[in-house]
Write a protein that binds this ligand. Structure first.
Ligand SMILES: Cc1cc2nc3c(=O)[nH]c(=O)nc-3n(C[C@H](O)[C@H](O)[C@H](O)COP(=O)(O)OP(=O)(O)OC[C@H]3O[C@@H](n4cnc5c(N)ncnc54)[C@H](O)[C@@H]3O)c2cc1C
Length: 474
């Protein structure tokens, strides 16, 4: 019987555990224990009902085009709970000189694919509009080194595009600056397009034509009817109670003969293999005694901190709000709220009593102090800024504030090289696998895939595949 430890009970660790559970049920000779420091599973995923409204503390949905989360829901038998975002109202605003300006139609993330809406949009100056036209004629370019997203976008569309669009869009996703994030890690497909086609605009128009021919159009975002926690609950319900240890923070992980030792306050536990499914910098601290070089590389993957504030306003407030998914705030606007989602438009089934449900994001790498200010002060800042931006004068009927310390991994320039070095160092430690948002994508689907792959890797290393094959051939 092979024993496997999983450290961390967020979506990455749970996905790894579920993969191991499926193997165990198929008769593979393994058992596993999941160590979670908190008193609940799910990590940053948490959904709550407040006054009839569904409040998401962390992720509210996932990108539909990344299949691993919906596939997992199908395996769990909960695909009937999947819901798409209400794309009929898919409009995002950018705050420009204190006013909300809609992002023009036809932008694919930030690449213009339709001329007229961009020409008519007040979001860009004529200089930027001319840059967009010139970009269409860009020649293929093979850059050897990684660079920041800002320098890549600036080369294609100029600095204004970075300030007004690239930075707020990326800050809203990663909580990090376009000047610091790696283009290869964050927008790798665009680097490939630049190499093969030259112009991002030309390539996107071609791909748009292809998808326009697709038989159906899916919503951009997918979630679950009763919230993202539905995936966590379904996963948890498939795991034997005896294999999950809550309130068990792991203090250190050590190599031990040809296995692994997990040190927790309650004692030392021995395993044949180990999946570290905690944030990368935490994995670095835990693995210090196992390999200092690996630990250093992992600790260098910083996390950004954030605060989400969800507020329910009465129905009258809806009438003063623009329709759409929400707005983003460029750095130069001098606000602490960096993004706001209009939940009642994005996922209409989540509100009750015709409430206007607003979810604001604060923090990120340029405002780490937000994490330490009091709830009252956060609320005062958010209400002030919503008054200025949206004209919301009403008092919220309810407020929920959630804080996340170093939860969002930052993929700095050179991230993929770092991941390669980490992969090489980890290979020298048989039985170790890493999972989580620090490596190949920060979204929920990426984390699910990372957990599944980590489970496959440790099982392959333990020869469990072969063992099953032998059993089957007997
Ligand atoms: C506010 C916010 C909004 C987001 N929005 C979206 C979104 O809309 N769509 C999307 O796709 N993604 C979103 N993300 C990203 C995505 O949710 C995360 O990347 C993903 O959920 C991380 O999962 P994880 O299991 O790797 O890590 P975590 O959720 O951080 O889980 C790690 C677990 O490890 C435990 N742990 C830590 N240290 C120890 C220890 N020493 N011993 C034992 N256990 C330990 C923690 O308690 C935690 O439960 C968002 C993230 C945040 C923070």
């Amino acid at each position: 019987m092979k024993r496997i430890a999983i450290v961390g009970g967020g979506i990455s660790g749970l996905s790894a555990a579920f993969s191991l559970e499926q193997r165990r049920r198929r008769g593979e000779a393994l058992e596993y224990t999941l160590f979670e420091s908190g008193d609940r599973l799910g990590g940053v995923i948490r959904s709550e009902r407040v006054d009839g409204c569904l409040v998401e503390a962390g992720p509210d949905s996932f990108l539909t085009e990344k299949p691993w989360a919906a596939d997992l829901c199908r395996q769990l038998g909960i695909s009937d709970q999947l819901v798409g975002s209400n794309d009929a109202l898919r409009k995002t605003y950018i705050l420009l000189n204190g006013k909300l300006v809609p992002m023009p139609d036809g932008l694919m993330f930030m690449v213009p694919t339709r001329i007229l809406p961009v020409i008519m949009s007040p979001l860009f100056s004529w200089t930027t509009k001319l840059r967009m036209a010139r970009e269409w004629f860009s020649r293929p370019r093979a850059g050897a080194d990684d660079e920041s997203v800002a320098s890549f976008i600036e080369r294609h569309y100029g600095r204004e595009m970075v300030r007004r669009l690239a930075d707020p869009l990326l800050y809203g996703v990663y909580g990090g600056e376009a000047t610091e994030l790696s283009v290869r890690a964050v927008l790798g497909r665009w680097v490939d397009i630049e190499r093969t086609h030259g112009s991002l605009g030309r390539a996107m128009v071609a791909s748009r034509r292809k998808t326009a021919h697709a038989a159906y159009k899916r919503s951009l975002f997918t979630s679950l009817k009763d919230g993202m926690q539905g995936i966590v609950e379904a996963l948890a319900s498939r795991l034997p109670v005896s294999s999950v240890s809550l309130k068990k923070p792991v203090d250190a992980i050590q190599r031990f003969d040809d296995g692994w030792k997990v040190l927790a306050a309650s004692g030392a536990y021995h395993f044949d293999a180990l999946i570290a499914a905690v944030p990368a910098h935490v994995a670095g601290s835990l693995l210090e005694a196992a390999d200092t070089a690996l630990a250093r590389e992992l600790r260098e993957i910083r996390g950004s901190s954030s605060v989400t504030v969800t507020m329910g306003f009465d129905s009258a407030t809806r009438s003063v709000l623009p329709r759409g998914f929400g707005f983003l705030v460029p750095r130069g606007e001098g606000k602490r709220v960096v993004a706001c989602t209009f939940v009642h438009d994005k996922f209409p089934g989540r509100t009750a009593n015709e409430y206007a449900l607003l979810r604001c994001f604060l923090g990120g790498t340029r405002d780490p102090g937000t994490l330490d200010i009091s709830g009252e002060e956060i609320l005062r800042v958010v209400c002030d800024e919503l008054r200025q931006v949206l004209g919301v004068m009403a008092e919220p009927r309810f407020v929920r504030i959630y804080r996340y310390k170093n939860a969002m991994a930052q993929y700095g320039v050179g991230h993929l090289d770092k991941i390669e070095r980490i992969g090489r160092l980890a290979l020298q430690l048989p039985g170790l696998a890493l999972a989580g948002n620090g490596y190949h994508g920060i979204g929920v689907p990426d984390c699910i895939r990372s957990g599944q792959q980590a489970a496959d890797r440790v099982c392959a290393g333990l020869g469990l595949h072969q063992q099953q094959a032998q059993q089957m051939s007997v």
